[in-house]
Design a binder for this molecule. Sequence first.
Ligand code: ZN
Length: 147
Amino acid sequence: MSIDYLYRQIIMDHYKNPYNKGLTEDKNYLTTNLHNPSCGDDVTVQVLVEDKIVKDIRQIGKGCSICCSSASVMSVTLKGLEINKALKTIDSFYNLLMNKPYDQELLKGDALAYSGVGRFPARIGCATLPWKAIEALIIKHKENNNG
Ligand code: ZN
């Protein structure tokens, strides 16, 4: 079984059975929506930060399998992390997609399934959209709370 096949399976599993899907009405969550015009992807991400920890992530995506699965993988990867560690993990994911060295201590598990996406530059925006959404929310949280 090739690694490409395995990675495709991971992506399709998250696409078909996404984790942390569905939004909450809870006002303690920060919410943002991002759109990727080149593919039509649309993702809404919510995050609950308490004591500098990413306590919960909710997500809902419409669009291609790369974007929707990536929202699920993002939620699983970042939930429970301290916020600065989460930001570094997000950077590592961007580096992975751009075939740059990334922090293998931070980024592991299903997120690695997107390593092949870098070969298709048009799809990088699909894979990174949910990660850009939560990155913006964590930065906003830090600004609201003086870091
Ligand atoms: Zn897409």
